[in-house]
Write a protein that binds this ligand. Structure first.
Ligand code: H91
Length: 681
């Protein structure tokens, strides 16, 4: 059947270029999986859309793809590759290691004004650019802003965006987006201007950043709509007069009285500590071609640079586009502009050592980036960043055309984009001989073994996590019932500092923000890979524990022999999925982990297990992970999330790693707070 053939080819195409790992989220008709682009070794997010389930919504997906293809901006998630089959669409996207801004806010309860400003400037930058390209996003909310490796925001989910044919000043009719963020004119079913509605949502978002809860909230939709159309919300006492004013100017019920994005660019609140307007032009305009990336691709593809350039310039969003953009990403992150050697012709069952960049000691990595050696035949390999720093030309971003409100230059008066140069470190020259390349790879391997990619949050950030600011009035009636804010991450002393403390923001000024970015880039390499003996397979444990006496006598030599044996057995044990693990994972404190004061993971697990049924939560247990679901009317899954009991290293206590997979973020927050607050924390 031709349909089937295409299907197989489509999936094959995906697996030809990417390693595909676990699901990291879902929404609507899509599922998002973690992946790795084989040729560059870079992580990617793969959005998988089931066309059959989509039905009439297919044009929306097409629009999202079109939008993402035409948007290239430092604060917008980059699309690399689109693979379409008869039944599915795979969108390969920039991976954002820090997860959703939503989780970040709730972990900190709320952000300081300084940290909010850092993020808000990036949101304004992204939105000004989106509007300048004629698009309205229409679903702005903290769940649709992700945090990248450099702690910068990336806007995602253009599934509800609109590009009015006559330009952004043309009115739209479709009511969409999340009700809590929707502008009054939108929920009233009036015709509205997309950019004006976006500013309202940005106001709600700003409020959520500064307060940790929503300005308009109610479980009852009718009541919620009434609150929005009246535009009345309460300003908590910790808001500065400047914040109160800005929020008020953005959440004006009359869209004509609302601030426009261009006014936000140099609003006094936005300028504070920066003294420069928001830079909204693209630093990575679409037409620009990077010569280093072309050279590397040309060498790898054995083509001329000229024909490689021509191929890249076709922007087909195929393997060529993906390879080019991912190489560019490597360069921008200061990594060597290098492709990994040709993968072997055979499949995964072949020795991955053929890949210069892979290792037999498989680095199992999960969405929380807790890399541990698992020695598994399921090749969830973490590539080794096997190249030393190389000399690269300065990355000189260029300006972009268009204006933030989608208008033409004649009616706008914007500052010309300041061309900022970003220089990339180059402590070592690029290896040229095969021997040098080999040495480099070897060094890379050593480096990887010292690397613990538990990057959800860097140690520095953990220090700064903190919080609870005084409980908020509406942070939800439900949440207010609990005196503990269990989703807030304490600092390492287990105490919660004040959000207003100078350390809590981490980036109180532009300079501080910059420093944090630079430091966060360094962190992963400096950390140490955890070897978690608990992760041994069942068969291995049986072997190792069959004689407890022997175990006690195991000295250093035996230890290493045993470890060698462990590895051997591990390599031969094909299925080592999480669920078969004997003990809980050992992870570092990160913002999606709730700390307990307990040291026995089984006790914590039992406590959670006893709570779930009473809350009408269905769950499946896989080892120390509980895959939870709530169902609404007609058995429809309304919420899906995972709770995983883990062991933390510092402090050495049990923690609960939370991950939302589906459902409304704020409802999830309240529900998980509800579950975890019952634990003895
Ligand atoms: N929301 C609508 O949960 C609720 C890690 C993570 C890392 C990602 C990169 C891109 C996208 C998601 C990522 C991600 C759905 C992405 C990009 C676009 C898009 C969609 C997703 C969730 C789905 C999972 C997401 C967050 C949003 C994580 N996610 N953790 N990198 O349309 Cl353009 Cl749906």
């Amino acid at each position: 059947m031709p349909m089937q053939r295409t299907e197989i080819h489509g999936a094959e195409e995906l697996h030809k270029y990417y390693k595909v790992y676990e699901t990291i989220g879902s929404g609507g008709f899509a599922k998002v999986k973690l992946g790795r682009h084989i040729l560059t070794g870079e992580k990617v997010a793969i959005k998988i859309i089931n066309k059959r389930e989509l039905g009439e919504d297919l044009p929306r997906v097409k629009l999202e793809i079109e939008a993402l293809k035409s948007l290239s901006h430092q604060h917008i998630c980059r699309l690399y590759h689109v693979i379409e089959t008869s039944t599915q669409i795979f969108m390969v996207l920039e991976y954002c290691i820090g997860g959703e801004l939503f989780d970040y806010i709730i972990a900190k309860d709320r952000l300081s004004e300084e940290e909010t400003r850092v993020f808000f400037r990036q949101i304004v930058s992204a939105m000004a650019y989106v509007h300048s390209q004629g698009y309205a996003h229409r679903d702005l909310k903290p769940e649709n802003l992700l945090i990248d490796e450099d702690h910068n925001l990336k806007l995602i989910d253009f599934g509800l965006c609109a590009k009015p044919k006559g330009g952004l000043s043309y009115e739209l009719m479709t009511c969409c987006g999340s009700p809590a963020y929707a502008a009054p004119e939108l929920i009233q079913g009036k015709a509205y201007i997309g950019s004006e509605a976006d500013v309202w949502s940005m106001g709600v978002l700003l409020f959520a950043l500064l307060c940790g809860y929503l300005p308009f909230d109610d479980e009852n939709c009718v009541v919620l709509y009434r609150k929005i159309t009246r535009g009345h919300y309460e300003n908590p006492r910790w808001l500065s007069p400047g914040s109160v004013l800005l929020l008020n100017q953005m959440m004006q019920v009359d869209p004509k009285r609302r601030l426009a994005v261009r006014q936000l660019l140099n609003h006094p609140w936005v300028l504070k500590d920066y003294n420069s307007p928001v830079e909204w032009h693209s630093r990575q305009p679409l037409g620009h071609i990077d010569e280093d990336c072309i050279t590397e691709m040309a060498v790898s593809m054995k083509r001329s640079r000229q024909s490689t350039t021509a191929l890249v310039k076709e922007w087909r969003y195929d393997q060529t586009t993906a390879t080019y953009l991912l190489l560019l990403l490597k360069k921008q992150r200061g990594k060597p502009v290098r492709l990994c050697p040709e993968p072997p012709v055979c499949d995964d069952s072949c020795s991955p050592m053929h890949h210069g960049a892979q290792t037999r000691d498989v680095l199992h990595f999960s969405e929380d980036e807790d890399a541990v050696i698992t020695g598994s035949l399921d090749l969830r390999s973490d590539y080794i960043d096997d190249c030393p720093w190389v000399s690269v030309t300065p990355y000189a971003p260029q300006g972009d055309r268009g204006h933030p409100d989608g208008s033409s230059s004649k009616d706008m008066n914007f500052e010309s984009p300041s061309v900022k140069r970003r220089y990339i470190r180059s402590p070592e020259a690029a290896p040229t001989t095969p021997q040098q390349r080999q040495e480099r790879r070897e060094r890379g391997r050593e480096q990887t073994c010292e690397k613990k990619e538990n990057i959800g949050v860097h140690a520095k950030d953990v220090d700064a996590f903190v919080l609870p600011a005084p409980r908020t009035p509406a942070s939800s009636k439900k949440a207010a019932r609990h005196n503990k804010n269990v989703l807030t991450t304490p600092n390492q002393n287990g105490t919660k500092a004040s959000a207003a403390s100078p350390r809590s923001g981490g980036s109180g000024s532009k300079e501080r923000g910059k420093k944090r970015t630079d430091e966060s880039r360094k962190t992963p390499n400096a950390e140490v890979l955890t070897f978690s003996p608990e992760r041994r397979s069942r068969s291995l444990d049986l072997a190792a524990t069959s004689d407890s006496g022997k175990k006690k006598r195991t000295g250093k030599v035996f230890g290493s022999l045993e470890r060698g044996l462990d590895k051997m057995i591990n390599m031969l044990t094909p299925n080592r999925k999480r669920g078969l693990r004997e003990g809980p994972r050992k992870i570092k404190v990160q913002y999606n982990v709730t700390l307990t004061s307990q040291t026995d993971p089984d006790q914590v697990l039992d406590q959670i297990l006893s709570i779930l049924p009473g809350k009408n939560i269905d769950f499946v247990q896989k080892g120390y992970t509980l895959k939870c679901r709530t169902k609404g009317d007609f058995g429809k899954v309304t919420m899906a999330f995972e709770l995983e009991v883990c062991l933390l290293q510092r402090p050495e206590v049990v923690g609960v790693h939370r991950q939302r997979l589906k459902g409304d973020a704020w409802v999830y927050k309240h529900l998980v707070e509800d579950i975890l607050s019952t634990l003895s924390i």
